[in-house]
Design a protein around this ligand. Structure first.
Ligand code: AHR
Length: 501
């Protein structure tokens, strides 16, 4: 047993933690859409209009704030007109990025918006810059959001939808430095301005346009994009042509994405993973620093619209489908990311885990026989739900042992809403329990509920045969003279919900 100390100032509210930091991503990739969300209306698996019901029900418990679609790399080869109208008439295409499989376009604009409505999630539609046109993107916005009489609004009505949809978030291409067109930062920045201009606000639908940004800490992209917006501090300037700048950050154990095992990992790979997860904060800081120099008033949001672990695919599955297992280690990666997100909520406005179902660091794994498993990562999202739109509180680690070398054992963050607070704590040590004492300053707190998520070991995961091998359990805690004491098992994540007086 080792000990750690932290302090939380309950009376020093900081930035609002946008619920959109808990956003999701569903790409036409492997079994995320087809065989995941979309089983089709004739499936024996219970569904509503082709969308799998148990998945929707489980995700509703997470309060998913937004869903990004249709990619990813797929977005830059997707042509939306192929995905509207009677399904039997929709043309096919090759999904060349992901498995080189035939895409039948049965899940298109109407099906996606139906899914968003079922989930209660805002739509984040990612348009095609790489192989599309400005006109194509502009007309998609019109099709989705225009009321009254217009060519695209008429076409939408012909396809059975009278009312326009609300689409708050719009992506201008994806990974333009790679699968989105292999552009330079300067070249893409000009394209983003041009495409962004023609993504109109129709009626009351105000788009938050997101420019495709950097990989990892490549701040040259962030610089080029911010530079292209012109002077953001000059009083009479028009509103920026895009409102968000994205970046992507994937976690691996040290050897690179797509090369390391999801379950049979070594101690070195476990700690390599924690190191990489913790490093997200340095990466956020670099992008923030660049953005601050152009935009001290934080008019433009930093958007991490792809993050999560990327392991080898499960044996026997299509390598292009990115289907991987999800363990306690993945849950801790998520927990550490959220702690960093909460600390940077002033600039970081949205984040989307890759991906919701059956791909990369998924919330849910399904099979074609109807089985559905909630992953350890799912439980972190659920346990942290109280941070949505809450106000971040300063949470300082005063003392912590190291789990190994440069990896601290304790990670912590906190937020408050009205007369309650939520504290999230992780013990990143593989094998040593951690006693944490948290000084709760400024207000009187009592524990409403405390829960812990762990498994027999860090590779523990859920399967159809053992769906609750990793599931939240109640945790004993106490508060004495304003000091919260929590005993964290090795490789565990905990949340403590507090009532404040
Ligand atoms: O999430 C999988 C892929 O990772 C996305 O399609 C792409 O944007 C990124 O490289």
């Amino acid at each position: 047993m080792t000990t750690a100390r932290a302090v939380i100032d309950l009376d020093v509210p900081g930035d609002v933690i946008s619920r959109h930091l808990y956003g999701h991503f569903a790409e036409h990739l492997g079994r995320c859409i087809y065989g995941g969300f979309w089983v089709g209306e004739d499936s024996a698996i219970p569904n509503v209009r082709g969308i799998r019901s148990d998945v929707v029900e489980a995700l509703r418990a997470l309060g998913i704030p937004n869903l990004r679609w249709p990619g990813g790399c797929f977005a830059d080869e997707y042509h939306w007109r192929d995905g509207i109208g009677p399904r039997e008439n929709r043309p096919q295409m090759i999904n060349s990025h992901w498995g080189d499989v035939v895409e039948n376009n049965h899940f298109g604009t109407h099906e996606f918006m139906d899914l968003c409505e079922m989930l209660g999630a805002d739509a984040y539609v990612n348009g095609n810059v790489g192989s599309g046109t400005v006109r194509e993107m502009s007309e998609w916005v019109e099709y989705l959001t225009r009321d009254g009489d217009s060519p695209m609004a008429r076409l939408r009505r012909e396809n059975g939808r009278d009312e326009p949809w609300r689409v708050p978030f719009w992506g201008i291409g994806n990974e333009a430095w790679g699968c989105g067109g292999n552009m330079t930062a300067e070249q893409y920045a000009l394209e983003a301005r041009r495409y962004g201009t023609f993504c109109r606000n129709h009626g009351g639908n105000e788009l938050y346009r997101i420019a495709a940004g950097a990989s990892d800490d490549d701040i040259t992209w962030t610089r080029a994009l911010m530079e292209s917006l012109g002077c953001l501090t000059c009083g009479s300037q028009p509103a920026p042509v895009f409102q968000g700048v994205s970046f992507h950050y994937y976690t691996h154990a040290g050897a690179g994405i797509n090369t390391e095992p999801a379950v049979e990992f070594s101690t070195e790979q476990y700690y390599g993973t924690m190191r990489k997860a913790i490093d997200i904060e340095r990466v956020i800081r670099r992008h923030e620093a660049v953005m601050d120099s152009y935009d001290p008033d934080r008019k433009v949001g930093l958007i991490l619209d792809e993050w999560g672990t990327w392991w080898n695919v499960e044996a026997g599955t299509n390598p292009g489908f990115l289907f991987q297992q999800n363990t306690v280690r993945d849950a801790l990666v998520a927990a550490v990311h959220f702690d960093a997100f909460h600390r940077h909520a002033g600039r970081l406005k949205m984040a989307n885990i890759a991906q919701t179902l059956n791909v990369l660091q998924a919330m849910i794994l399904t099979d074609d026989d109807g089985a559905m498993v909630l992953t350890p990562t799912y439980h972190v999202f659920e346990m942290n739900r109280g941070h949505h739109d809450a106000t971040a509180l300063p949470a300082h680690v005063l003392e912590t042992p190291t789990a190994t070398d440069d990896v601290p054992a304790l990670s912590v963050s906190a937020s408050t809403t009205d007369d309650s607070a939520l504290v999230s704590l992780s013990n990143l040590s593989l094998d040593t329990p951690l006693d944490v004492r948290v000084d709760l300053r400024g207000r009187t707190a009592t524990v409403r509920r405390a829960r812990v998520l762990t498994g027999a070991d860090a590779a523990s995961h859920n399967t159809p045969e053992s769906p609750d091998a990793v599931a939240p359990a109640s945790l004993e805690t106490s508060i004495d003279a304003g000091v919260l004491t929590v005993s964290l098992p090795p490789h565990s994540f905990a949340t403590v919900e507090l009532d404040l007086a």
